[in-house]
Design a protein around this ligand. Structure first.
Ligand code: ADP
Ligand code: MG
Length: 174
């Protein structure tokens, strides 16, 4: 099991949107977020915040039936992908995501664990889970790969107000 660089907790959907907004403000062209975790843990809610942080006015919905939806009008286009309905890495490969997800666009991929065909590059995995604390509490673990590791200090500062106090936070600034 990988050790998260950072763990945060939200206590409402609005807090998760706020977290997404904060991270959306930090995104740079071409960056990739892989969102993992069970149905209902808040991935789409988070993407709604990302869009807002990028200055996008569109309403973000679950793209399950469409798989890919691109939102324009912000600092960069946001490519929102939902791989829930796809069965295999082979099917994911057929989507041609690598062409869609190229600078200046930034991408957020729900069920990102299925995106093995594109996960070879730099990405930040955000793992969403229910929390035993209360029904509206979610835990979000930050699992950076590649160049994202160098951004964990900056990200840690940005999301400090959501910090859970988990010992894994100690790696902040790493
Ligand atoms: P996913 O995309 O992971 O399937 P959604 O974002 O579509 O999840 O749904 C999350 C649901 O949980 C929404 O109905 C939202 O209102 C509710 N919710 C309750 N608490 C939270 C929280 N802390 N963060 C995100 N969503 C929450
Ligand atoms: Mg979703």
């Amino acid at each position: 099991m990988r050790v998260p660089f950072l763990v945060v907790r939200t206590r409402s959907a609005a807090e998760t949107t706020g977290l997404g907004d904060r991270i959306g403000r930090l995104l740079r062209p071409g960056e990739l977020l892989l969102l993992t975790g069970d149905l209902g843990t808040g991935k789409t809610t988070f993407v709604r915040g990302l869009a807002s942080g990028l200055g996008i006015d569109d309403r973000v919905r679950s793209p399950s039936f469409q798989i890919v939806r691109t939102h324009e009008g912000g600092r960069f286009p946001l490519v929102h992908v939902d791989l829930y309905r796809l069965g295999s890495a082979h099917e994911v490969g057929d989507l041609g995501l690598e062409e869609l997800i190229s600078p200046p666009a930034v991408a957020a991929v729900e069920w990102g664990e299925k995106a093995s065909s594109i996960a070879g590059r730099d990405f930040l995995e955000l793992e969403f889970s229910w929390s035993p604390e209360a029904i509206d509490v979610r835990t979000i673990r930050f699992l950076p790969a590649g160049r994202w590791r160098d951004r964990m200090g900056e990200l840690g500062d940005a999301v400090r107000s959501w910090a859970s106090g988990d010992p894994a936070d100690a790696s902040e600034g790493n």
